[in-house]
Design a protein around this ligand. Structure first.
Ligand code: ADP
Ligand code: TRP
Length: 321
């Protein structure tokens, strides 16, 4: 069985875009792949400066994965920082990469273009990510489009390693989701930093407030409405599926059905999808000792795999044996 691996940075409490765009598709893979899903806390350190926030976000992300259906008996579930071997591999890989390749990194280049002075963590970010992937003999990495360049660099460095030292590392493929980006309440990409998020696990009341705030056109109730380009319809399609979305579109086109009704239908679909997960999330989130225990068990298994890879890598490069 092939291995699929992905990481989520604990930089905030996950929103509906993270769930539909990353978490749900990754969990669907666990039917046909050996899966490893981890919390990339050292990647978050490039931006999160508050220890309290970092600690909180790790638990938020852990409880989110579990509430959404991750089964720690089936999926290797761990915290990046628990497997220190990843830094050893990061160093080894960085010795095989030209600085020019990292200078072309999108995140680094964007920060420079904005006149910021990015920290060296942002510069080296793709190397740590390559180590995350290569340490576990990963075949497939499900990620969003924004991570494509990181995956290319990971493949490059794995190929270079194998070319220099002989077949040692598994060269992974990226699985870039083709689902459209989940729009936020203002119709642009849902993103924590834009304040347009639909929360995953806040109260029904807060969820309702977010849904009711979605921007729509303002035809009278009786008028037929064009579903094309509507944020409500786009969200409904991603939550409830194509078939249900076609029914909603037909109702809008027929007239006598307002945007308020469509929002109500969206709210019901969200409640059906998220309601049971919300309850699980709050029960899990309260029990940090349980989360610690599950992550520690995952770390144990992850470290075993990481040690085996590092034995191979060290031998290949001439550091041991
Ligand atoms: P944010 O943009 O809110 O900071 P992240 O960049 O931390 O979110 O994204 C974490 C994961 O969620 C990534 O795999 C990313 O591709 C996915 N993701 C984030 N926002 C969306 C969205 N609006 N639609 C689909 N996927 C998303
Ligand atoms: N860079 C990814 C993101 O920002 C998170 C991440 C870290 C990751 N290490 C990874 C994703 C390894 C896939 C594989 O979303």
């Amino acid at each position: 069985m092939k291995t699929a691996l992905t990481g989520i940075k604990p930089t905030n409490i996950p929103h509906l875009g993270n769930y539909l765009g990353a978490i749900r598709p990754a969990l669907a893979l666990s039917e046909s792949y050996r899966t490893a899903y981890f919390i990339a806390d050292y990647h978050a350190l490039t931006t999160v400066r508050s220890p309290t926030d970092l600690r909180r976000f790790v638990y938020d992300v852990a409880a989110t994965w579990l509430a959404c259906g991750l089964d720690p008996d089936k999926t290797l579930f761990y915290r990046q920082s628990d497997v220190v071997e990843v830094f050893e591999l990061t160093w080894i890989l960085s010795c095989l990469l030209a600085t020019g390749q990292l200078e072309r990194g999108h995140a680094y280049k964007d920060a420079l273009a904005k006149g910021e002075s990015p920290n060296a963590g942002i510069f080296n970010y793709p190397v740590l990510m390559a180590a995350d992937i290569l340490l576990y003999d990963t075949d497939l990495v499900p990620v969003g489009r924004d991570q494509k360049q990181h995956l290319e660099l990971c493949r490059d460095v794995a190929l270079r390693f194998n070319h220099l030292y002989g077949e040692t590392l598994v060269v992974p493929d990226a699985l870039i989701g083709d689902a459209p980006l989940v729009p936020g309440t203002d119709g642009t990409k849902m993103s924590k930093s834009k304040g347009n998020s639909i929360p995953l696990f806040e109260s029904s009341k807060t969820l309702k407030k977010a849904v009711m705030s979605i921007a729509t056109t303002s035809e009278p109730l009786e008028a037929p409405k064009d579903p094309e380009g509507s944020t409500v319809v786009a969200l409904y399609r991603q939550v409830a599926g194509d078939e249900a979305a076609q029914v909603l579109e037909a109702k809008l086109r027929a007239g006598g059905y307002g945007w308020g009704h469509a929002k109500q239908d969206l709210l019901e679909a969200l409640e059906a999808e998220l309601g049971p997960k919300r309850e699980r999330f709050h029960a899990l989130r309260k029990d940090e000792a349980l989360l610690d225990r599950l992550l520690a068990q995952g770390a144990e298994k992850a470290r075993e795999k990481a040690r085996a890879t590092m034995d191979r890598v060290r031998r290949a490069i001439g550091i041991r044996g």
